[in-house]
Design a binder for this molecule. Structure first.
Ligand code: SAH
Length: 316
């Protein structure tokens, strides 16, 4: 994060804090929910992987709370051509800034909705996959705020596809387990030895937030899986800066350190990694071509599907 962006983000956070204070002070006891909230999945980062429903939701927002994993380019893509842009509030931690507390985000969403705003909380991947979306929906619904959730492509799927890995190729796997390497504070970490047994029975493991825990993950998994088990790690899946590593379970900690791959990354563990159907290179080139087409021709007009209904609504 540049100094300028960091300063911008910090001043926006200060603005959000004072706005929350103002909203809390003025709303009074007889508040009625007149706005609404949508938790929207932005997908793994490539604007081309936004769903049409997500695009529509973003473009009708009056307040947009943007998660740390959502690239600014994606937001700009989604808002392109809009006459009235939503107020954008970056939430989450970036480049060493302090994380926006979860409670604060929930209170801000609720306070905005209670004053009639159409609030969109734009989250990386899918809101219900390790995204704390469940907690947010419960907090909003407890206050009677109309809330909905719009799916996004979860990074675990995008990372596998980016490598050409068919997660449930039936010659190798009967299913797939999405698991986090990061426990909530005070919670227990996954039992990697038990997960190894599941993987040995033919379940592919897709690990989110696992990079920092790679030593524990490795120590547990080798108890039930051969060291030759293939592992793929994908950082920044779907983005131009995507990086990937294919190695074995035995080599994983060292290979990860040598490659210098860090967060955000997905690990895919299981024989399916050997069943790659497309060379990573080809898949990557496809993405690059998509980005270039997007940038040069601006071929995909965001909101092409929304502008007509919006016009119709305005006419009605
Ligand atoms: N709701 C998100 C996950 C949030 S948890 C989803 O469905 O994808 C955050 C973790 O997601 C990161 O630590 C990383 O493990 C993973 N992640 C998110 N975006 C990613 C990306 N573009 N590439 C690789 N991993 C990603």
């Amino acid at each position: 994060m540049t100094n300028r962006t960091q300063a911008l983000s910090e001043s926006t956070s200060r603005a959000a804090t004072s706005r929350l204070r103002a909203l809390s002070g003025s709303a009074g006891a007889a508040r009625r929910p007149v706005g609404d909230c949508a938790l929207v999945g932005a997908g793994p980062g490539d604007p081309q992987l936004l769903t049409l429903a997500a695009l529509r939701a973003i473009r009708r927002a009056t307040v947009l709370l943007v998660d740390e994993l959502v690239p600014g380019e994606l937001v700009e893509f989604a808002l392109r051509g809009l006459k009235r842009r939503p107020r954008i509030v970056p939430v989450g931690k970036r480049g060493g800034c302090a994380s926006t507390p979860q409670r604060f985000i929930e209170r801000l969403m609720a306070a905005e909705a209670l004053t009639g705003q159409r609030v969109v909380r734009l989250k990386g991947g899918d809101p219900f996959i390790f995204g704390r979306g469940g907690e947010e929906v419960q907090a909003l619904q407890a206050q009677g705020i109309p809330t909905r959730v719009v799916n996004g492509i979860t990074s675990g799927l995008a990372a596998a596809t980016g490598l050409g890995v068919p997660l449930t190729h039936r010659a190798h796997a009967q299913g797939v387990i999405f698991v986090t390497g990061h426990a909530k504070s005070g919670g227990s970490t996954p039992d990697w030895a038990v997960l190894a047994q599941a993987a040995a029975l033919g379940l592919t493991l897709v690990v989110y937030m696992g990079v920092a825990q790679v030593d524990q993950l490795h120590a547990g998994l080798v108890q039930g899986l051969p060291g030759t088990t293939p592992v793929a790690v994908v950082q920044h899946a779907s983005l131009p800066q995507q990086r990937e590593l294919v190695t074995t379970l035995a080599e994983l900690p060292r290979a990860l350190r040598d490659a210098g791959l860090g967060s955000p990354a997905i690990m895919v563990i299981g024989e399916v990694v050997n069943a790659r159907t497309l060379a990573a290179q080809a898949q990557h080139q496809l993405h690059q071509a998509g980005h270039q087409t997007e940038q040069s021709a601006q071929a995909v007009t965001p909101g092409a599907g929304t502008s007509a209904p919006q016009r119709a609504r305005r006419r009605a």
